[in-house]
Design a protein around this ligand. Structure first.
Ligand code: C2E
Ligand code: CA
Ligand code: CA
Length: 622
């Protein structure tokens, strides 16, 4: 062996050693382990190849040649397994298929084992090594695995992405060219070198730590969570996920600043990792959501997790608030989308550590369906608006109308506004939905029927949240102008304020809306906690006494006194009153006797659609 060859082997061995160290320091995933094993295989092959060329003793040299072939022919199979893992099909492969895939290796092993008697693979005569026809089986086996690998990579290129696919094809081109060169001229020993170069490029480009791990926490990132769960769900595995969500994220961030906050995140990550058993994995999905994945479905780890998290609160000034929720896959949740959705929506508002019951999942699932239904209703204008007449006690005719929205979703059927309005508020869809509803009502008014019946106004419910938008007056005014209707024919209904709320923004929008001509009703009077003077600060045209006050009044004298005194106070403040939820003749009589101006309720009419309403008006107001 000459010095050039010698230095070549030494360089090769050193570079492979460093690659193994590099991979070992990396991530503890199977892909990486496979890559490490493949690299180790090449490393040992190189050493054996070196020995083949240097050992003088014939017996030892023969032995090392055998070792080399036994070892080296496994490499393509390892490579194939790596591909399988990379494209996430590991769990699709049945045991017998894996055994079938081993046949080429086994055949070559058979050839090697029988070689001393057949000389089929190679001969060693007078210290000269000579290849036999059997060696081509080794190349055949290698080609088989490479072709399978390429086939799978191309087939599932979408799963691994274009960049990785290209990296991989380059890697294969390197190896193949090495093999071909050596096949043509066995004296040019480039195969191992080019293979190790290829492995190095994969190690650097594909198995890049930054792509699978979140830096702040050293836990696996969202992409990895998605990939892993897709595999596990497809494979039909049963496992548990623990959603560990930080509730007071923004407060902590403001209090501690980014650096200290990241330290806390890191600490949470490392405390969770203390619980890792076997293949458990901890992920961090940004925005304060950790997920702990375990295949141990027998034992509930919630308490252990809570204990670990409490350790953190012993040290920090401001407590972290965390909710811990356990769900089982696939019983409770069976898609990656749902998992991500839950991680976004699970939350508590407190600053202590708390276990959540799994019924939270049903709530989140329902909310997600409702959210979808709202989007659908907005995009397809498929909500409907019904109207409930409000009757004047003086004239017994329809004084005004209240518009109420209905969603009948093709998927989940009828959803009550009590439910979808809340979801719309939580998801921010309320603005878009309300605007559509508003336009719908305005376009109904534009049809002109209502003006035939001497109505005072149509009331439209708007959410308090909307009053925090300073552009609301302009938005609504633009719709009014588009249809050219009288702005004072619209009465906006808003519910009571909570006393502790900061109302400055709300008041500003309110006053602006009044200024441009909208009327206002205070809805659900008596359910909020606002005091009477704060109501007086706002210039309402009408106050609607909540139905619960009326309904309670029939229960006892005490409740009756509450109704009476409320009517009296509000009248003294010169408000006109609507009593809603009126269902019986007695209630009507009682309210009339107490001077309540307007009555709304099933006693007169349920909310009805536009056409039925016009019929009702014909009868009642002619
Ligand atoms: P609300 O504004 O207090 O509307 C009155 C609710 O009481 C309506 O329920 C109505 O159907 C019901 N109601 C009226 N009279 C009677 C009665 O005699 N007996 C009984 N048992 N119920 C009666 P609905 O339509 O289910 O609406 C529920 C709530 O959803 C509304 O309460 C309102 O807060 C909200 N909502 C409805 N439509 C809209 C909308 O377009 N926008 C907004 N922001 N909220 C809406
Ligand atoms: Ca209302
Ligand atoms: Ca009400």
């Amino acid at each position: 062996m000459n010095t050039v060859q010698m230095s070549y082997f030494i360089a090769l061995i050193v570079s492979l050693l460093s690659l193994i160290i590099f991979l070992r320091k990396g991530i503890e995933r199977r892909k990486n382990k496979l890559l490490s094993i493949a690299t180790l295989n090449i490393l040992l092959s190189s050493i054996l190849m070196y020995l083949n060329r240097t050992i003088e003793n014939v017996q030892y040299s023969v032995f090392s040649h055998y070792c080399y072939h036994f070892l080296h022919c496994v490499f393509p199979f390892l490579f194939f397994l790596y591909v399988v893992d990379l494209i996430g099909r590991w769990y699709d492969i049945k045991k017998y298929k894996t055994i079938l895939m081993l046949i080429p290796v086994i055949v070559f092993y058979g050839i090697l084992i029988s070689n001393p008697f057949t000389d089929f693979a190679f001969t060693y005569t007078n210290g000269v090594y000579k290849r036999g026809a059997g060696i081509y089986f080794e190349y055949g086996a290698a080609s088989f695995y490479m072709i399978c690998g390429v086939y799978w990579i191309i087939k599932y290129r979408k799963a691994i992405g274009t960049k990785k696919t290209i990296d991989f094809i380059l890697f294969l081109a390197l190896i193949t060219s090495g093999v071909l060169i050596q096949l043509i001229n066995s004296e040019i020993k480039v195969e191992l070198f080019l293979t190790s170069l290829g492995l190095l490029s994969i190690g650097c480009n594909i198995e890049n730590r930054d792509q699978v791990v979140n830096r702040q926490t050293d836990c696996y990132n969202a992409d990895t969570l998605v990939g892993d769960n897709e595999q596990y769900i497809r494979a039909g595995f049963k496992y548990n996920l623990y959603f560990i969500n930080i509730a007071n994220l923004n407060i902590l961030l403001n209090y501690y600043g980014v650096n200290k906050f990241n330290e806390i995140l890191n600490k949470i990550g490392s405390h969770l990792k203390k619980l890792i058993y076997k293949n458990d994995t901890v992920y961090y999905l940004n925005s304060g959501a950790f997920i702990y994945l375990t295949f141990d479905i027998e034992n509930d780890k919630t308490d252990k997790i809570i204990v670990e998290l409490n350790h953190i609160n012993e040290l920090t000034e401001l407590n972290i608030g965390v909710s811990v929720l356990r769900i089982s896959v696939p019983d409770m949740v069976d898609s990656v989308n749902e998992i991500l959705n839950i991680s976004k929506k699970v939350n508590i508002k407190d600053n202590y550590i708390k276990k959540l019951s799994s019924s939270v999942i049903d709530k989140i699932k329902r909310e997600t369906l409702v959210e979808k239904a709202i989007r659908y209703a907005i995009n397809n204008n498929s909500f409907t608006v019904v109207y409930q007449p409000i009757i004047s006690t003086k004239t017994d005719t329809v004084h005004s109308l209240e518009s109420l929205t209905r969603i009948n979703d093709p998927n989940i059927g009828f959803i009550s506004p009590d439910e979808f309005i809340k979801v719309a508020e939580d998801t921010g869809l309320i603005y878009e939905l309300s605007e559509k509803i508003f336009e719908h009502v305005v376009s109904d008014i534009k049809k002109g029927e209502f003006s035939n019946y001497n109505l005072d106004h149509v009331a439209i419910n708007i959410s308090r949240l909307e009053l925090n938008r300073l552009d609301l007056p302009e938005t609504l005014k633009a719709i009014i102008d588009k249809y050219g209707i009288d702005i004072s024919f619209i009465n906006l209904e808003i519910t009571e304020t909570h006393q502790s709320e900061d109302n400055s923004l709300l008041l500003k929008t309110f006053n602006r809306l009044k200024e441009i001509g909208f009327k206002f009703s205070l809805d659900d009077y008596g359910t909020g906690l606002s005091n009477i003077s704060s109501i007086y600060e706002m210039d309402f045209d009408i106050v609607k006494i909540d139905k619960s006050i009326l309904w309670n009044s029939t229960k006892s004298e005490g409740y009756k006194a509450i109704l009476d005194s409320n009517i009296e106070i509000l009248h003294n403040l010169k408000f006109k009153l609507v009593s809603e939820g009126v269902e019986t003749k007695e209630q009507v009589e009682y309210l009339k006797n107490h001077g309540v101006e307007y009555i709304q309720g099933y006693y007169y009419s349920k909310p009805i659609d536009y056409d039925k309403l016009v019929e009702y008006l014909k009868v009642k107001n002619m």
